[in-house]
Design a protein around this ligand. Structure first.
Ligand SMILES: [Zn+2]
Length: 267
């Protein structure tokens, strides 16, 4: 039976491609003065959501957030309170859109090493060598770098024609999948419906949001906590991957919730 893996990306407003990290999209820089107000609300409401259910979740955290004391304290508190069902993966060091730039093995390798060391230090046993490319910008050349740094899972591919440019110049999603497979990195592509994105921004962008909400409501049973690590790392296990942003929790006056069915089916 198919199962669902829940994941959350930890971008603040200053991280996203419109603000930084992309050669052409980054036209509206955001001043970095600690966590944004929306982000603080997002963290608080995400924690309230955790409190309201028993689902395990993987947090994809950006390395440079760990320089912020408020974030550090928040992370260490939720890992203490909910650590039995939380895992933490890497969402880059600065949220740079790697595949939108020319191939840069050394730059990516250095940033990945730095982010990995910080995350291991902050999260201990909750850290997993799982990677999500910032804004889904992943190219085949990144697979070997991930493997070299001990990464076992990549969850960056959004297998929709709408975003195929993100595989990097001249590449297809099939090329990314093949590169991951030959580097022995398990690819956990994002769930799509009718070949349309249903994750992240698609949750709030009309009309994609209609398709997305329908897909989430019908999602198969969410994994239970003690299954997560083995299931995610074993490509023989049939999973769908869902993701939202911690910033989503600041929407609707802090009332936003991931649109899973209230009575989520049990396995
Ligand atoms: Zn992101």
């Amino acid at each position: 039976m198919k199962r669902t893996w829940l994941t959350v990306d930890f971008d603040d407003l200053r991280h996203v491609p419109s603000a930084q990290g992309h050669p052409t999209r980054s036209t509206k820089p955001v001043e970095h003065k600690g966590l944004s107000q929306a982000y603080k609300i997002g963290l608080e409401q995400f924690e309230a959501w955790l409190e309201s259910n028993h689902h395990p979740v993987t947090l994809f955290v950006i390395g440079d957030l760990l320089a912020d004391e408020t974030f550090q304290h928040w992370l260490s508190r939720v890992l203490t309170a909910y650590g039995g069902r939380l895992t933490v993966g890497c969402h880059g060091m600065t949220h740079r859109s790697w595949s939108a730039w020319p191939e840069d093995v050394d730059g990516f390798s250095k940033a990945l090493a730095e982010a990995t060391a910080l995350l291991k230090d902050a999260c201990g046993a909750n850290f997993r060598p799982w990677f999500r490319a910032p804004a889904g910008y992943v190219a085949p050349w990144m697979a070997g770098v991930l493997a070299k740094h001990g990464y076992r899972v990549d969850t960056s591919v959004n297998p929709s024609w709408l975003v195929k440019k993100k595989a990097g110049k001249g590449n297809s999603w099939a090329d990314v999948n093949a590169a991951m497979a030959s580097s022995k990195v398990v690819e956990r592509a994002w769930f799509t419906r009718f070949s349309l994105p249903v994750n992240g921004p698609a949750l709030t962008l009309f009309p994609l949001s209609i398709v997305a909400k329908g897909a989430w409501k019908r999602a198969p049973p969410v994994l239970v906590a003690n299954e997560v690590v083995n299931a995610v790392e074993d490509d023989g296990v049939d999973l769908i991957t869902l993701y939202w942003h911690v910033l989503d929790h600041s929407k609707n006056n802090g009332k936003w919730q991931p649109p899973l069915a209230q009575n989520q089916p049990t396995a």
